[in-house]
Design a protein around this ligand. Structure first.
Ligand code: GSH
Length: 296
């Protein structure tokens, strides 16, 4: 019987996995196999009822776009303080942050004036839950019609299930892993292209994901698949041939032009043009006065 030689770099898992640090990956310094706080740190609280603790990753941008959209619709109660959580520095493992999100991931929201009248503050974590909470609190950006509402919620939860394939799967192995491996890149590219096709088919006959109206479904999906379709995610536009998904590109461009989306993308951003980075947001005037180019 001839023995099959494993390809170079092949790995036989040991009987019991043990934590070996560091693994060389981009997120090696923050990845841990245990939950909970690593250090004591109280979170700051500003003057508005809504306190957001976040960073301008796609999951973070969903919430700042939502809040800016609510303000643009005239919901003054959506005024918020956005505090910067630097996940590369491990801020998400501070005790105060873990109290708001036991899962130690941005975005996390504290509502100091919850509409339910129960004890305050109310914590909300998971970006999809935050979008739904805010949509219900302000009765906005979620269709009232039951059929359109069911469609909006379906696409919202589709996003929550699908984005880890894009970020944790494709993005991780294509852009961040310490070495390029064909097997995971093929596997996740296949899935991401299928997801783009799912969106493209839906958007062929519909202006927005829930139908004719912009909703929290679009707000959830756009920072991931919209940015991807515009070639702004993982530098992967050519690799994925994103221009082929013409309806996704049309939808992504239209949403990118919304003033609230332009503002929301700037909040808690720590990379890119200094004029587009608003590290903390405490007032609407901060967009004009406190971007990094102004603060020097
Ligand atoms: N399902 C979560 C995912 C949140 C998430 O993965 N956040 C990332 C940034 S995009 C994070 O905080 N990572 C820090 C860590 O993993 O320690 C949501 O949608 O809110």
């Amino acid at each position: 019987m001839s023995e099959i030689t494993p390809p170079p770099g092949d790995y036989t898992p040991p009987r019991i996995w043990t934590w070996q640090q560091p693994n060389g990956g981009q997120f090696a310094s923050i990845n841990r196999p245990v939950a909970g706080a690593t250090h004591e740190k109280t979170l700051p609280v500003g003057r508005h009822p809504l306190q957001l603790y976040s960073l301008a990753t796609p999951n973070g941008v969903k919430v700042t776009v939502m809040l800016e959209e609510l303000l643009a619709l005239g919901h003054a109660g959506a005024e918020y303080d956005a505090w910067l959580i630097r996940i590369q520095n491990g801020d998400q493992f501070g005790s105060g942050f873990v109290d708001v999100n036991p899962n130690s991931k941005i975005p996390a929201l504290m509502d100091h004036r919850p509409a339910h009248g129960g004890p305050a503050p109310q914590r909300v974590f998971e970006s999809g839950a935050i979008l739904l909470y805010l949509a219900q609190k302000f009765d906005a950006l979620l269709p009232a019609d039951p059929a359109a509402r069911a469609e909006a919620l379906s696409w919202l939860f589709w996003q929550m299930g699908s984005a880890p394939y894009l970020g944790g799967g494709f993005g991780h192995f294509y852009a961040y892993a310490p070495s390029k491996m064909q097997y995971p890149i093929d596997r996740f590219t296949m899935e991401v292209k299928r997801q783009l096709d799912v969106l493209n088919r839906r958007l062929t006959d519909n202006a927005y994901l829930a139908g004719s109206d912009y909703s929290i479904a679009d707000i959830a999906v756009w920072p991931w698949y919209g940015n991807l379709a515009l070639g702004q995610q993982y530098n992967a536009g050519e690799f994925l041939q994103v221009h082929e998904y013409t309806h996704v590109v049309r939808w992504a461009r239209a949403i990118a032009e919304r003033p609230a989306v332009k503002r929301g993308r700037m909040v808690n951003r720590t990379s890119g043009e200094p004029s587009e980075q608003l590290h903390e947001r405490h007032d609407a005037s901060d967009f004009d006065l406190k971007t990094q180019d102004k603060l020097g």
